[in-house]
Ligand binder design. Structure first.
Ligand code: HEM
Length: 227
């Protein structure tokens, strides 16, 4: 009962924190972009190759964060974690991983504005399938990002949409992961290095999901994470 009464204010505070942090991060990214455009007019350009490496590195880190968040989300409701990790801590870790992954993907996409290999505009970054480079592959990444934002934000809407709808929406995480993987394989320029990582991580997540389905008894009581 106590958990129910504290869960709503905690979720509201959590949502407020994410909106404020998101607004500050967006303002900083916009300011940095404006400053770098001014410097570019003075002939001081960012090194194109370094930008390209940063795009690829941030994509790889984002992918691993998304995989870690998905894996922890699957483990969260299993006995192994329930017995060893307090519920609030387990949930906080899941929240931190998923929002950090989203932040890293936004940064990964934002860096495209600085690349002279590609000619991206803000509209190309926001609207799927219209950009100048591999529009299908990059479009899938953009849709994956929107799904990740939807599934992560849906947690804060449980009071309005109900727990059952939240679970349904949250399952879209699997689709987001598949889209992110297809995007990474098709848009990436270093398949030889990264493809084994995608295969290993995807196989691990598949096995975890399978284990969770098999371990779930039809009428077993489940711990519901709401705070
Ligand atoms: C769903 C989340 C996303 C993840 C996990 C992700 C991850 C990755 C990874 C791992 C690569 C391959 C790096 C390489 O092999 O060189 C990549 C490439 C790329 N991504 Fe993403 N990405 C995501 C979303 C996006 C979005 C939203 C955009 C643009 C709006 C984008 C644009 C690109 C581009 C243009 C490349 C090719 C870079 C290059 O190799 O030159 N990605 N991404």
């Amino acid at each position: 009962m106590a958990m129910q009464t504290t869960a709503v204010p905690r979720r509201t505070a959590g949502f407020r924190k994410i909106v404020i942090n998101g607004a500050i991060a967006s303002a900083l990214l916009a300011a940095f972009y404006a400053a770098s455009m001014l410097l570019e007019r003075q002939g001081l350009e960012l090194d194109n190759e370094s930008v390209w490496y940063a795009i690829r590195a941030s994509g790889a880190v984002a992918y691993l964060l998304l995989a870690a968040s998905t894996a922890w989300g699957i483990l969260l409701s299993g006995k192994l974690v329930k017995r060893r990790v307090p519920a609030a801590l387990a949930l906080e870790l899941h929240t931190i991983l998923s929002w950090t992954a989203i932040g890293m993907i936004v940064y990964h996409a934002y860096l495209l504005l600085f690349s002279r290999f590609f000619d991206y505009t803000v509209v190309d970054l926001l609207v799927p399938f219209v950009g100048p480079y591999e529009p299908l592959a990059v479009g899938l990444g953009i849709v994956g990002l929107y799904l990740m934002i939807l599934t992560s934000a849906s947690f804060y809407l449980i009071d309005r949409i109900g727990y059952r709808s939240f679970r349904l929406v949250h399952n879209l995480t699997y689709i987001a992961y598949v889209l992110a993987t297809v995007h990474s394989v098709l848009a990436g320029s270093d398949g030889l290095l990264f493809n084994p990582v995608y295969v290993a991580v995807s196989a691990g997540l598949f096995l975890l999901t399978l284990a969770r389905i098999l371990a779930r008894r039809p009428h077993a009581p489940r711990r519901i994470y709401t705070s």
